[in-house]
Design a binder for this molecule. Structure first.
Ligand code: FES
Length: 101
């Protein structure tokens, strides 16, 4: 399933948006002008990464401080040791599109 989740100029670099899509809670993030989409909830505990912050192309969980690579979803430091799921993002027709299938 591919769906438009934001206007292409909706988020400034460093901003995020929570998206509910296909029964999943996702996080759309603008990191250095590029859009990424990952699971909203941290893989360590059930805590929203929306409350974290974006640094470069990484997102930091504000509960225990793990960083995740937004492109790969891989955790970069403990305590998280499982990757976030990532979703393909494209920009077309003035919209940001996310694919979940
Ligand atoms: S809940 Fe995110 S690092 Fe612990």
């Amino acid at each position: 399933m591919r769906i438009a989740v934001a206007a292409d100029n909706e988020l400034k670099p460093g901003e995020m948006k929570r998206v509910s899509l296909d029964g999943k809670r996702l996080l759309l993030a603008n990191a250095e002008g590029q859009y990424f989409c990952v699971d909203e909830m941290c893989s360590h505990e059930d805590y929203s990464l929306y409350f974290g912050c974006i640094q470069g192309k990484r997102i930091k969980c504000s509960l225990h401080g793990s960083y995740f690579d937004l492109a790969s979803g891989q955790p970069l430091n403990e305590p998280a040791d499982c990757p976030l799921r990532t979703y393909p993002v494209s920009v077309a027709d003035g919209q940001v599109w996310v694919e979940t299938a």
